[in-house]
Design a binder for this molecule. Structure first.
Ligand SMILES: *[C@@H]1O[C@H](CO)[C@@H](O)[C@H](O)[C@H]1NC(C)=O
Ligand SMILES: *[C@@H]1O[C@H](CO)[C@@H](O)[C@H](O)[C@H]1NC(C)=O
Ligand SMILES: *[C@@H]1O[C@H](CO)[C@@H](O)[C@H](O)[C@H]1NC(C)=O
Length: 437
């Protein structure tokens, strides 16, 4: 998988979220833990870690990153507000809870909120939901007035129900034109102020959890998880915006580091997770390993689609959750063909994720962010990684899809218990405040 051509890498860390394994429950979340009180006296800013080595400033802080490095937080429309979402209606029945409302730097526009849930003549203008547009106009204006740059995700998995009912949404290539019209609408309405656009959030999760495992909406367990990731099409030069995509991937280590087969299995897993979406953007076709193993079930790009895909991004967002071991596994000839069995890899977890505490007291999360940012700083300084920004997942405690409100990943606490939705600083947000000074 060649990604040398990447010029601008924006890295978005979903820092506190779930571990995944292909051979296990994809949510993989540990039960809430109260064990979050290690290192409780040290605020972590300016600590004297000798492993930092030469060239590290003390106290550790913003200055350890390039001058124009972007620090932000992230959220998604459905996870923080109850706009008119549709495909997720079914899901929220499972584990419901009160709403948290808020805004982050990386926030998403809910497609169903800005377009009416009807097919009307004169599309798209007559489908525009002016109340939804007003909501996002206010949000964007408010962010800018506070000096916060909005990075807007167009599709964070909430599809208007009408497109699902009409033609099965992303299983039909008609989605391409509808997505283009929707993106065009957002550019026209918000592009005078929004300069950073993310087309799709985690196409891997949307495709795999929604279509292969069937645990996320639209809850389909199909043999074929095709995803049209042909995006944007419309670029308004006059707005001078940048358009990227947010991918997610685990890191895979060979289970037996001396085994050539396990080494190949580790690369293959990354090809099936990251390469699936990154390679077409780079070379215009799927990774060789996927082509070889998936065969005729893998769609092909036409020559003109390939040309459109190659280099069609201004930045790449990367969400990462965990690392796992990969062992080569003999492919079962009799297995029902599926994305889940195609890679012929046995993936096992390194460890289970500790969600970092469910209270405003979240010292584990704070330490996690601190240690992680030190590693990130080293990657930039020592390894010349071209990383432009870091967005913490997440801004507020929010609705974690199938987990509902049981788990909290925010650096700001939201009081659901008494229904007040009061927000409180956690140890992690206090740490960030000092770190950013
Ligand atoms: C997959 O890995 C696990 C843990 O390393 C092991 O117990 C299991 O036998 C492996 N399964 C296959 C099919 O190789
Ligand atoms: C963490 O937060 C709790 C409760 O807000 C506070 O009492 C404690 O002093 C904080 N600890 C650190 C290390 O900041
Ligand atoms: C990098 O991350 C690891 C794992 O959290 C941590 O043990 C280590 O201290 C970090 N490195 C630095 C330089 O902080």
């Amino acid at each position: 998988m060649a990604i040398k051509g990447l010029l601008l890498l924006v890295l978005i860390a979903l820092a506190s979220t779930v571990a995944r394994s292909e051979s296990d429950d994809p949510s993989g979340i540990d039960p809430p833990s109260d064990d979050d009180d290690d290192d409780d006296t040290d605020d972590g800013v300016g600590d004297d870690d000798s492993s930092l080595g030469k060239g590290f400033r003390r106290p550790f802080g913003r200055k350890d990153f390039p001058a124009n490095f972007i620090f932000g937080t992230a959220s998604s429309a459905y996870q923080i507000s109850r706009v008119k979402f549709l495909t997720w209606k079914e899901m929220s029945r499972c584990r419901d809870g009160p709403d948290g409302v808020g805004c982050g730097i990386r926030h998403a526009v809910a497609w169903p909120a800005v377009e009416m849930d009807e097919r009307l003549d004169g599309y798209p203008s007559s489908r525009v939901n002016e109340a939804g547009i007003r909501f996002y106009n206010n949000l964007i204006d408010e962010l800018l007035s506070k000096g916060i740059e909005p990075y807007v995700t167009l599709f964070h998995w909430d599809l208007p129900q009408v497109l699902e009912s009409d033609y099965k949404g992303f299983l039909n290539s008609r989605i391409v034109n509808d997505f283009r019209d929707y993106a065009d609408l957002c550019f026209r309405k918000f592009g005078d102020r929004v300069k950073y656009w993310i087309t799709v959030n985690e196409p891997w999760s949307f495709s795999t959890l929604g279509y292969a495992h069937g645990t996320f909406p639209p809850n389909r367990c199909s043999d074929r998880s095709k995803k049209d990731e042909d995006e944007d099409g419309v670029f308004l030069d006059s707005q001078k915006g940048q358009i990227g995509i947010t991918l997610n991937t685990d890191w895979l280590e060979p289970f037996n580091e001396r085994s050539k087969n396990d080494q190949a299995a580790a690369y293959r897993s990354i090809d099936f997770m990251f390469g699936w979406f990154m390679e077409p953007l780079h070379s215009g076709s799927y990774p060789d390993e996927m082509v070889k193993r998936v065969g005729k079930r893998l769609p092909t790009f036409s020559a003109s689609e390939s040309r459109m895909l190659i280099g069609s991004f201004d930045f790449i967002g990367l969400n990462y959750y965990t690392a796992s071991y990969a062992a080569d596994k003999h492919c079962l000839i009799s297995a029902r063909p599926s994305y889940l069995t195609d890679p012929c890899v046995n993936v096992s977890r390194v460890d289970r994720y500790n969600q970092g505490g469910n209270k405003p007291r979240d010292v584990i999360r704070r330490n996690y962010h601190r240690d992680h940012l030190k590693n990130l700083s080293l990657a930039i300084k020592r390894d010349d990684a071209n990383v432009k920004g870091y967005f913490v997942w997440s801004f507020l405690d929010n609705f974690e899809w199938v987990e509902g409100y049981r788990v909290r990943f925010g650096i700001i606490y939201v009081n659901y218990e008494d229904g007040s939705l009061e927000r409180l600083s956690k140890n992690s947000s206090n740490w960030f405040k000092k770190f950013l000074k």
